[in-house]
Design a protein around this ligand. Structure first.
Ligand code: FES
Ligand code: FE2
Length: 431
């Protein structure tokens, strides 16, 4: 029994404000949502060499992702087994050992306690093996994406990805080469609950309102052809765009059907530093292939959200890191492709700087203002009723994937059911 009536708080078409504002519910989410399901940790290309590591979080738990001396990928709790200090305070690096800065206990990068200073001070039965670093129960990768969980009974990662797997494949297979994270990340902290970010990643309703100034700036630059995302303002529900609920909490918004001609994606890009000069070079060098290459500089036009914390947006990997009930860190990792010409990767980088710099501030402002609005106890509900019970708007296929017009709130309505399932799951070992 808990003090919450979850069926009251999470209904079919609305959720209670407290799931965004109650710090006890947040604490439960950090234990159970981020404890019972797979959580994205890192991309393999961030730790390409033996002894590379990066630090991250599983919910609120500090974690070190290492490629150990034997090349195995591990996720170690960043918590000294002596008195609890974090043993690694760097973002990333390369080392065979971590020495705790507090009293100098030394751990190998596979988690083994390798040594303690002045060992003669411990009783002879002291067994170092009992004080190895704790590790996540499972760590698995899918095509470079490393996930971990502390739930020993979790299904395989591929089962968890489910219907999101083939969309992730499509995102990766847009290129012949390998997708690589090699630049530093674009980080921001916002004053809002982490779920506002997840809600918004498959929200085709807000685009032409929230991002009006960005769209206007793009169109002012060159009016011959409307720029990227302007189409959200023109009868979006009768466009070929759509949203989907994929199962297991994962959701998808697809803008790809708006780009059917080769060269469209490039033409619809907003202004970028160096655009004209690079385009000239690329057209001279690649001739009839130039439009194909230029299109690859633009975003994938896929918003694939893998519950609870991984958002594939455009060409980027965005990670949600909850900090508190009303604070969230968002990190955008730009990607490059290892076998594309340098000019294309440079332009890809410019297009990946565009949205986090000019579009995400609109979203972040809305998240903070939603948090402020939801502080009013007398107005209880957050509505996800767009498309709900409206005849002929939703289709369910044989996989159980639900498809709806791009402005429908189908993704939010459905992922919250998975949220409720995880939060109320009895078998959780992390109570
Ligand atoms: S807390 Fe790490 S060595 Fe004491
Ligand atoms: Fe947005």
């Amino acid at each position: 029994m808990t003090k919450w009536d979850w069926d009251y708080l999470i209904q079919d078409y609305r959720v209670h404000r407290s799931v965004y504002t109650d710090s006890d519910i947040f604490a439960l989410e950090m234990k159970k949502i981020y404890g019972d399901t797979w959580v994205y940790l890192a991309h393999e290309s961030e730790i390409p060499n033996v002894n590379d590591y990066k630090t991250t979080y599983l919910g609120l738990r500090p974690v070190i992702v290492t490629r150990d001396n034997d090349g195995a990928i591990r996720a170690l709790f960043n918590r000294c087994t002596h008195r609890g200090a974090t043993i690694c305070r760097m973002d990333k690096g390369n080392t065979r050992n971590f020495t705790c800065p507090y009293h100098g206990w030394n751990f190998a990068n596979d988690g083994r306690l390798a040594g303690v200073p002045w060992k003669q001070g411990y009783e002879t039965s002291f067994d170092k093996n009992e004080l190895n670093l704790k590790q996540l129960a499972k760590v698995e990768s899918y095509r470079g994406f490393i996930f971990g969980t502390i739930n020993e009974d979790a299904p395989s990662l591929q089962d968890h990805l489910g219907n999101a797997k083939e969309l992730l494949d499509e995102w990766i297979d847009r290129y012949d080469g390998e997708i690589v994270v090699r630049s530093n990340a674009h980080r921001m902290v916002l004053d809002g609950n982490w779920k506002f970010v997840f809600d918004n990643a498959a929200d085709g309703y807000h685009v032409s309102f929230s991002h009006r100034s960005l769209l206007a700036v793009g169109n002012r630059y060159n009016n011959e052809k409307d720029k990227d995302m302007t189409y959200f303002g023109k009868n979006p529900d009768s466009s070929p765009m759509y949203v989907q609920y994929l199962g297991n909490g994962h959701v998808f918004l697809d803008q790809r059907p708006m780009y059917d001609q080769v060269g469209d994606r490039w033409e619809q890009q907003r202004p970028q530093p160096g655009r004209e000069a690079y385009e000239k070079e690329i057209r001279e060098e690649y001739q009839s292939q130039a439009d194909h290459y230029l299109d690859l500089t633009a975003g994938a036009q896929m918003n694939l959200s893998i519950f609870p914390n991984l958002l594939i947006i455009g060409n980027q990997i965005q990670v949600i890191e909850p900090i508190a009930v009303d604070q969230t860190r968002l990190t955008w990792y730009a990607t490059t492709v290892d076998n594309l010409p340098d000019e294309i990767n440079t332009l890809r980088m410019r297009s990946q700087e565009d949205f986090p710099a000019f579009g995400e501030p609109d979203d972040v402002a809305n998240f903070a203002e939603c948090q402020r609005g939801l502080s009013i106890p007398e107005v209880e509900w957050v509505m996800f009723n767009r498309g709900y019970n409206v005849p002929d708007r939703q289709k369910v296929d044989e996989r159980g994937v639900i498809t709806a017009p791009v402005t429908d709130e189908t993704p939010m309505r459905n992922y919250f059911q998975e949220w409720k399932r995880l939060l109320t799951m009895e078998r959780s070992k992390v109570n």
